[in-house]
Design a protein around this ligand. Sequence first.
Ligand SMILES: C[S@@+](CC[C@H](N)C(=O)[O-])C[C@H]1O[C@@H](n2cnc3c(N)ncnc32)[C@H](O)[C@@H]1O
Length: 263
Amino acid sequence: MKESKSAQYHSKISKDYDVMFQDKYWDIHTAVESSKLNKYLPKQKSLILDAGGGTGNFSIECAKKGHEVVLTDISSGMLEEAKKKIKKLGLEEKITILNQDIINMNDLKSNHFDFVVSLGDPVSYCQKEEDAIKELARVAKSGSFVFITGDSFFGRMFKLITDMNYKELENLEKSSKIQNQFDFIEHDFKVEELKNLFEKYNLQVIEVFGLLSFINKIVKEKLEKILSNEKNFKIIKELELKFCNEPSIIGTAGHLGIIGKKK
Ligand SMILES: C[S@@+](CC[C@H](N)C(=O)[O-])C[C@H]1O[C@@H](n2cnc3c(N)ncnc32)[C@H](O)[C@@H]1O
């Protein structure tokens, strides 16, 4: 079967994916995301779903901690890279890999997982964001956490205004969807929309956070210069960590994270 445009794009970049996010901006992004993941990841050995898990970085981290993981994705290339890494680390027993669309995870039982994550925007990329959230909620056990990150409406608006991209600005305002720089349609979330979708599918909202709320508004060249200074990097990282839950600013972050507890 022909892969979707998003899956094709991810298969094309799969071999480079793990080095594409190695710069100071993404170091801070990872620091904020990891601080939240560490807070909610079960301490006891658990069954974890990493939906849209790509090259398997989070799955591998969990397996190393002794958890059992199911890693799903729709890009054959991304899963191929994950398979190679998992084999090299001898973690095949701990991680099950499935080529599965997040909007319809037929092979997965309801009320089954102790922790469900979908990191790095699969919910924005899947074309049916509501179905994806419904599915993630369905497979989570009652009392467990569901943790997702997705693209942000107002974060995107800042970028489109900077680029003077009026066509996509109109699309964004009309539908919350744009054709992104990778040539596939993505859905950009507002905080209230995400919260309402979580509540609709039986997930009590525990917290919402922004990734990142300050440095996503600085143009690339200037930002690189600022972050190349170790003192600036430290100060900015601390500010992003400190204010990542601040309601006045998080809606304008580049990405949004949300954690819900299945009722
Ligand atoms: C930016 S990558 C993030 C990968 C990984 N979660 C991470 O944080 O490194 C987005 C991933 O979403 C996957 N994806 C896109 N649409 C999907 C869908 N409908 N179902 C499952 N995965 C999807 C892509 O193939 C890609 O691996």
